[in-house]
Write a protein that binds this ligand. Structure first.
Ligand code: ATP
Length: 279
């Protein structure tokens, strides 16, 4: 992806840089009870790239992902899938994954593998998400982070053309969080369109090809991490976030106040910054 793609979310795609859009949104608008969550969002989600959606609590990241997946109907606008014609075009890692508690890890993955029309290397998948040694454990005996790893495996199982992951690193220790992003970036490198909603800005900066910043009812900025950093003359993606996002909703101070990445990622996910969300 070139840096010229960054002026608008729409321009991240397309033919000029050889990338292929598999999901396109046009004028995507969602209201709840007459209250706009986002309005007129134009996006192209590319195959072979990780698109990260970042923004304050309640800015509409989950709603956007659910709209892409067709789980939520937009109030206006369209979502068009133009990828391969397969039974399961999109995998989904929900914000709060739920599995049958009495199943073991292996049984869970095998159950989902039986639902997809593809041969699945379940052992390889469990190794990829670091759950192979826990394969005989029941889901009810897993930690929250391990359950999320299982959800990552379920989401990418069968290699759907698109996978939407809602906070894939939530609850994971730093090395597992990195491993999950690495693994999703690897899937993207193999051609998958990976969409990630995340508050972990350091990992987004490292692994995402394209970043969409949602705030105040729309796309506040979009582009590759490098292009955004250059455009805002910023030190890093956090610096961009703190510049672009309304501080009243971000719950963060403006740039230059703090250098610690972990603290800054934590601030970006500060639940006290919720602008009214109950998600
Ligand atoms: N089913 C619903 N009915 C009414 N309002 C909703 C519904 N789902 C979400 N919302 C509202 O839409 C807004 C956006 O929520 P959403 O979960 O998409 O935000 P988010 O950016 O993913 O937040 P977070 O970072 O906290 O996960 C919030 O104000 C939330 O309360």
């Amino acid at each position: 992806m070139t840096d010229a793609d960054d002026a608008e979310s729409r321009s991240a795609t397309g033919d000029s840089d050889g990338s292929t859009s598999v999901v396109t949104t046009t004028g995507l608008t969602k209201e709840y009870g007459g209250r706009p969550i986002f309005d007129g969002v134009d996006l192209d989600i590319n195959a072979g790239a990780m698109t990260a959606v970042i923004g304050p609590n309640g800015s509409g990241k989950t709603t956007l992902l659910k709209t892409l997946l067709g789980h939520v109907d937009p109030t206006a606008g369209t979502v068009t899938y133009t990828g391969p014609d397969v039974d399961r075009p999109m995998g989904y890692l929900p914000q709060e994954p739920a599995f049958r508690p009495q199943f073991t890890v292996s049984e869970t993955v095998e159950f989902y593998a039986s639902l997809v029309d593809a041969s699945v290397d379940t052992e390889g998948l469990l190794r990829e998400v670091n759950l192979y040694d826990a394969r005989t454990r029941r889901v009810s005996a897993l930690s929250g982070g391990m359950r999320r790893l299982l959800a990552v495996a379920q989401a990418v199982l069968g290699d759907p053309p698109v996978v939407c992951c809602d906070e894939p690193a939530s609850g994971l220790d730093p090395s597992m969080a990195r491993r999950v992003f690495e693994s999703l970036a690897g899937r993207a490198a193999d051609g998958m369109a990976v969409v990630v909603a995340s508050h972990t800005l350091s990992l987004v900066e490292t692994y995402a090809d394209h970043v969409v910043i949602l705030d105040a009812g729309g796309v506040a900025a979009a582009g590759s991490p490098a292009a955004l950093i250059e455009r805002y003359d910023a030190a890093d993606l956090w610096d961009v976030y703190a510049t672009v996002v309304d501080p009243a909703t971000a719950g963060v101070s403006r740039r230059g106040d703090d250098d610690d990445t972990a603290e800054r990622d934590a601030a970006a996910s500060d639940p006290t910054a919720d602008s009214g969300g109950d998600s």
